[in-house]
Design a protein. Structure first.
Lengths: 99, 211
């Protein structure tokens, strides 16, 4: 409900959590983790950060569930649909002349 | 009797008309719809980038930890902090403190401007010193420049529009115009810009880091 107000300490905690997760990401880049593990870890951490921003800063955690259900399932579905093309991308390097 | 009870439940439904089923005002719902469609634009761009990258095994990794990654980490810090000040602006406005709200919005704009300033410095360094353009670069994969400037350019455009948007909201708040919900809707947009960077930063910078 929009009447619900989040307290200032909560915002600060979310901000600190976001900074900490960013620090972990930068540390992973510094350690030069293998690409696939790196990508999985970065996407995972970024989704957590996105959830924190959407839930607390954008207040969605305190809105009616129907608003979330109207907006997000279709967004996630459309983003997952875009994955269809990635299979082709992995084949292209093998189709180049001289590859 | 049972039909009567059923009628009573229906009229209590959120979807019965007469008020918003989402318990939000229409501006906020409109901004949410815009954010979802804009999120799809950015995800399409990031997927195009991923596609180009996977299909080019010799993709360049030009971002040295010092200075590029440290530089972009500072940019991330500026943007995350601007989200915190924006939340504080909405909080102050909800409590009816317009003066504090205007000050927090100004702080948000300042952090956003810092982000754009740092980003432009980085762009100019890439263009002038490393000779990267949208069509060519010294590392052999021309798509690198197209995806890099395309994604970060669209994001920077959003930040600049956000600063202008907040400027308009800020002067209105100082003059006693607009309500708390208007600041909240502007906040939604600003947080979204921050949110997009949370994906651009790891995918474009950290995945191309070189120690």
């Amino acid at each position: 409900m929009s009447e619900h107000t989040v307290s200032i300490p909560t915002f600060s905690k979310v901000w600190v959590a976001l900074l900490a997760l960013t620090a972990v990401e930068v540390f992973l880049a510094y350690e030069q983790v293998p690409t696939l593990i790196m990508l999985t870890a970065l996407i995972g951490l970024s989704v957590i950060k996105a959830a924190l921003i959407i839930g607390y800063f954008m207040h969605l955690k305190f809105e009616r569930l129907s608003l979330f259900l109207t907006l997000f399932p279709m967004l996630v579905f459309c983003i997952l649909l875009m994955l269809i093309f990635l299979g082709d991308a992995t084949r292209i390097p093998h189709m180049r002349p001289g590859a | 009797m049972s039909t009567h009870a059923a009628a009573a439940t229906t009229s209590a439904s959120h979807w019965d008309g007469g008020h918003s089923p989402y318990a939000t005002n229409s501006k906020k719902f409109g901004m949410w719809l815009f954010i979802i469609s804009d999120a799809l634009t950015f995800s399409a761009l990031l997927f195009a980038y991923t596609y180009s990258r996977v299909s080019n095994p010799d993709w360049p990794t030009p971002f040295h930890f010092n200075p590029s990654i440290i530089f972009s980490s500072v940019m991330t810090f500026a943007l995350l902090t601007s989200s915190l000040t924006m939340v504080m602006a909405v909080h102050s406005m909800n409590q009816g403190n317009r003066k504090a709200a205007a000050r927090w919005i100004l702080a948000t704009m300042l952090a956003g401007a810092t982000f754009v300033g740092l980003h432009l410095t980085e762009w100019l360094n890439l263009i002038n010193n490393e000779h990267v353009t949208p069509a060519s670069n010294p590392w052999g994969v021309p798509l690198f420049g197209a995806t890099f400037f395309g994604i970060t350019g669209l994001h920077m455009t959003h930040v600049v529009i956000g600063i202008i948007y907040l400027g308009i909201i800020c002067q209105a708040v100082m003059r006693g115009k607009f309500k708390a919900e208007d600041v909240e809707v502007a906040g939604l947009y600003w947080h979204f810009v921050d949110l997009v960077w949370m994906f651009v930063f790891p995918l474009v910078y950290l995945m191309s880091a070189k120690i």
